[in-house]
Design a protein around this ligand. Structure first.
Ligand SMILES: Nc1nc2c(c(=O)[nH]1)N[C@H]1C(S)=C(S)[C@@H](COP(=O)(O)O)O[C@H]1N2
Ligand SMILES: [Mo]
Length: 324
């Protein structure tokens, strides 16, 4: 098999090189155990989601848990986190990314870091994986649509990368630009958003230790539908601020226009901090449904200010109703 061990403990083949056999073998083992009656009822679903769908599909990514920056909440089941997604480049239904993102080729991949920096850089994936020690951080992710998940991400603070490019004094904001390739992404043919998907943060938000440059989840490299091979995760903001499959990071002087802000400026502001006191014009943001905890009461958790993260000092003196 074409598995090469990198110093970081990362297996480096294309997932496609190992998937069929690994999945096949897991399924065979699973069927054997099931026939032998050695799998109890509750373990069955867990096996299905973890083994048949997950393990062996994406290369492992070793990382040490950072408990100080991890939520105590119970992580969402892997199967839910990989089959209930927003990734409009692959369609607008929650099930579309899992079905359609197989055509994304996450290797080879480069990210160019440019704009108001002294040392612009183009990094390939292996350089990104080696840039700083990988950590596992369990974060809450709250979608503006009113649902949330809890995901053990793997990555390191974006600030690690930022300090290497040395932003100039003129750099005030950071823009994240996702891949937009019609050949790999069927949804890019539709006009739901203007492509490429673009997001942005103020420089101090980008430098906040919680802002994660993300290369994996659940101990493995990112599945395509979750934004392979590299995305950001900004846990105190609505999920759409966390751009997937990033190819460019640009440091700029002026607040960038973002894809969602362009499509509906009155609904999606630049900041988009999770805020139960500021409703979306078409629905309340006071509560949320945790995926995997569904019941006939579809919304049962109170949404926490900044999604429960201690980041208020970034916004001292700002009217968050105005800067929504
Ligand atoms: N490029 C790109 N990034 C994206 C999106 C998208 O459509 N395209 N959707 C966003 C939204 S609305 C959410 S809620 C999160 C979902 O991330 P997840 O599928 O990994 O949970 O990704 C965000 N990043
Ligand atoms: Mo979202």
């Amino acid at each position: 098999m074409l598995i090469k061990r990198s110093p970081n403990g990362i297996d480096l083949p294309f997932p496609s090189e190992i998937t069929p056999r690994a999945v096949f073998e897991n399924r065979r083992a699973f069927i054997r155990q099931m026939a032998a009656g050695s799998i109890a009822g509750g373990a069955l679903l867990e096996m299905l989601s973890r083994e048949a769908f997950a393990q062996g599909v994406n290369p492992k990514l070793a990382a040490k848990r950072n408990p100080a920056l991890s939520a105590q909440d119970k992580p969402t089941a892997y199967h839910d986190a990989t089959h209930y997604n927003n990734f409009y480049e692959f369609g607008t239904d929650k099930s579309d990314p899992a079905e359609n993102a197989g055509t994304l080729r996450p290797r080879p991949w480069t990210v160019s870091i440019e704009g108001e920096v002294r040392k612009p850089l183009t990094l390939d994936l292996d350089a990104l994986l080696k840039l700083a020690p990988l950590e596992e951080r369990v974060y809450r992710l709250r979608c503006v649509e009113g649902w949330s998940m809890v995901i053990p991400w793997v990555g390191y603070s974006l600030s690690e990368l930022i300090k290497r490019v040395e932003p100039t004094g003129s750099a005030k904001y950071v823009e994240f630009i996702s891949l937009a390739d019609r050949k790999q992404m069927p949804g890019v043919a539709s006009r739901v958003l203007d492509w490429p998907y673009t997001e942005g943060l103020r420089l101090d938000e980008a430098n906040h230790p919680l802002t994660l440059l993300t290369l994996g989840m659940y101990g493995e490299t990112l599945p395509n539908q979750n934004g392979a091979p590299v995305r950001v995760v900004v846990p105190w903001k609505y999920g759409f601020k966390s751009a997937k499959s990033i190819v460019k990071i640009r440091f700029v002087r002026d607040m960038p226009r973002t894809s969602w802000n362009r499509s509906a400026p009155s609904e999606y502001g630049f900041y988009s901090n999770v805020n139960p006191a500021v409703d979306h014009p078409r629905w309340s943001q006071a509560s949320e449904r945790r995926i995997g905890e569904d019941s006939f009461l579809s919304r049962k958790r109170k949404t926490l200010m900044f999604n429960g993260y201690d980041v208020a000092s970034l916004y001292t003196g700002m009217d968050l109703k105005k800067h929504f």
